[in-house]
Design a protein around this ligand. Structure first.
Ligand code: GDP
Ligand code: MN
Length: 388
């Protein structure tokens, strides 16, 4: 679960990390009030959407007059923001954060993530903060510094000093101390809220030598939400893809992707392999969907419905190796969905495993039109041919 910037900043502030003062608005007529409540000029108007890269897309504006803040609010609210991460359709901006402008001296990058290779949290710091951290990582990996946290000992202040001590130009002592404190607080935020990521980009030094978190991203491990009930209230379902939201309601593991081959598979491993084989055949998957081993006919129906609702899907591949999931249950689920929504794209089916004969018979005796593949490679080639 992701938090909005304004929600994450409130948490950071509570843990002692300096953040700019700001006010959230949801309608343009609240903008003037906000400019009175928040110190300026300049004010910074920030679109509150979960997708990153807002700055480059015009979703972060540094503004000099209350009038211009009102104009910016009117043009942003209710309209889509097309950031690099949001994709071509963009995301509708429903909330804006109006903040006091900060005099930036330098922009740093700071985050804590779960590092799978060390099976623990890792602090990442870079003197090259700002908007393009992915490019820094690709082009100048030496500018990205890491410190792994020993789970027994926890975060140690010397690790913070390791991250910053040899920078050129060196920090003023009070700035260095402030950075060490921010890192310690960041670790506490991360641990207390069962985060998978807390990212401050940029973390800035001001011309007065202060350290301020100018941006904040926070993701909570979904598996920990049962014990993070107060965070659950911060969930904003409107930020999620509508099809992903529907899948979540039916307990389906579904992730929307950019391609046009819809895929319905059982088992996460097989679903990953299926996506690989689709790509190998020269096509692009439209989604990841693992209907799971114990899927009911209802869940299959819902899963297939979700794929059919995705207007970008130009062909569908059903790849089932029935183990716990029986092929006859799958076939009935697919038919139920096909009865509700007309299938207008080619359908390729590869079925194996438990009750495969019954499953095949059910599909064959229906008026569903589909192609049968004898194995996965053939299935992928068939499906790729439909869109080439
Ligand atoms: P993102 O593009 O979605 O990551 O949005 P950010 O909140 O990181 O803002 C992008 C950029 O806007 C920052 O890297 C800063 O350069 C600039 N910015 C944000 N807030 C301020 C501010 O208070 N003062 C100034 N001068 N620039 C700001
Ligand atoms: Mn940022």
């Amino acid at each position: 679960m992701k938090l909005h910037e304004y929600q994450a900043k409130e948490i950071l502030g509570k843990f002692g990390i300096p953040v700019p003062k700001g006010q959230l608005i949801t309608a343009p007529n609240q903008a003037e009030d906000a400019t009175q409540a928040v110190h300026g000029p300049p004010w910074v108007v920030k679109a509150q959407v979960h997708a990153g890269g807002r700055g480059k897309a015009g979703g972060v504006k540094v503004i000099q007059t209350p009038q211009a803040v009102m104009t910016a609010a009117a043009s942003l609210l209710g309209n889509p923001l097309k950031t690099k991460q949001a994709g071509p359709e963009g995301v509708i901006v429903r909330k804006l954060l109006i903040e006091e402008g900060i005099d930036i001296e330098h922009e740093f990058y700071l985050s804590m993530v779960v590092d799978r290779s060390t099976a623990g949290p890792t602090m990442i710091f870079s003197p090259a903060g700002g908007m393009e951290i992915e490019e820094v990582a690709a082009r100048s990996p030496e500018l990205i510094r890491k410190q792994h946290v020993n789970s027994g000992a926890g975060w140690m202040p010397y690790q913070a000093r390791n991250l910053i001590y040899d920078l050129d130009p060196p920090f003023r002592p009070e700035t260095a101390n402030a950075l060490v404190a921010v890192m310690g607080a960041l670790y506490k935020v991360f641990l207390t809220h069962d985060c998978s990521l807390v990212e401050i980009n940029p973390l800035v030094t001001t011309t007065e030598g202060k350290v301020v978190a100018l941006d904040a991203k926070m993701s909570i491990d979904d598996n920990a939400l049962y014990r993070q009930k107060q965070l659950l209230e911060l969930d904003d379902p409107l930020e999620k893809d509508p099809l992903e939201r529907m899948a979540e309601a039916y307990n389906l593991n579904y992730i929307r992707l950019d391609g046009n081959i819809g895929a319905m598979v059982n088992g996460a491993g097989l679903a990953m392999a299926t996506m690989d084989v689709i790509k190998l055949a020269g096509a692009e998957p439209a989604n990841f969907l693992d209907v799971g081993g114990g899927a009911s006919e209802e869940m299959i129906t819902r899963g297939f419905e979700i794929i059919l609702k995705d207007t970008r899907v130009k062909a569908i591949l059903i790849n089932i190796f029935g183990g716990i999931l029986r092929c006859d249950v799958l076939a009935r689920g697919v038919l139920a969905a096909a009865n509700k929504i007309r299938i207008q794209v080619p359908l390729i089916v590869r079925l194996e495993g438990t009750n495969v004969e019954e499953g095949r018979a059910i599909l064959k005796n229906s008026d569903l039109k589909f192609l049968v593949a004898k194995d996965l490679a053939e299935a992928a080639e068939l499906v790729a041919k439909q869109v080439s």
